[in-house]
Ligand binder design. Structure first.
Ligand SMILES: [Zn+2]
Length: 97
């Protein structure tokens, strides 16, 4: 502790954060879209297919959140020794870089 993480490590963390933001945005966009598409155009009532479209949209959104989280937890590679590092570890456990 007290040692700043390497610039490569900071960059990897920033990439993981932007991935997280992207998957969350896409998931909520799809869930919102399923509700919007189920509204009858021009009227504030749900169309007859809403019972089908909304659950499918919610399921797709939730699975994107779920798989996006797994995707972010993919082990990363150490820039110095090419060993895979756990996604949440600050430094490489092999070469301490
Ligand atoms: Zn290493």
């Amino acid at each position: 502790m007290g040692i700043r993480p390497s610039p490569e490590r900071l960059r990897a963390i920033r990439v993981a954060e932007s991935k997280a933001r992207l998957t969350t945005t896409v998931a909520f966009f799809i869930m919102g879209l399923s509700v919007v598409l189920s509204l009858e155009p021009g009227a504030a009532v749900f169309a007859s297919y809403a019972w089908f479209v909304i659950p499918v949209g919610l399921a797709v959104g939730i699975s994107i959140l779920f798989f996006g989280r797994r995707w972010m937890k993919q082990p990363q590679t150490c820039p110095a020794c090419r060993q895979s590092i756990p996604w949440n570890s600050e430094r490489c456990p092999f070469c301490r870089s």
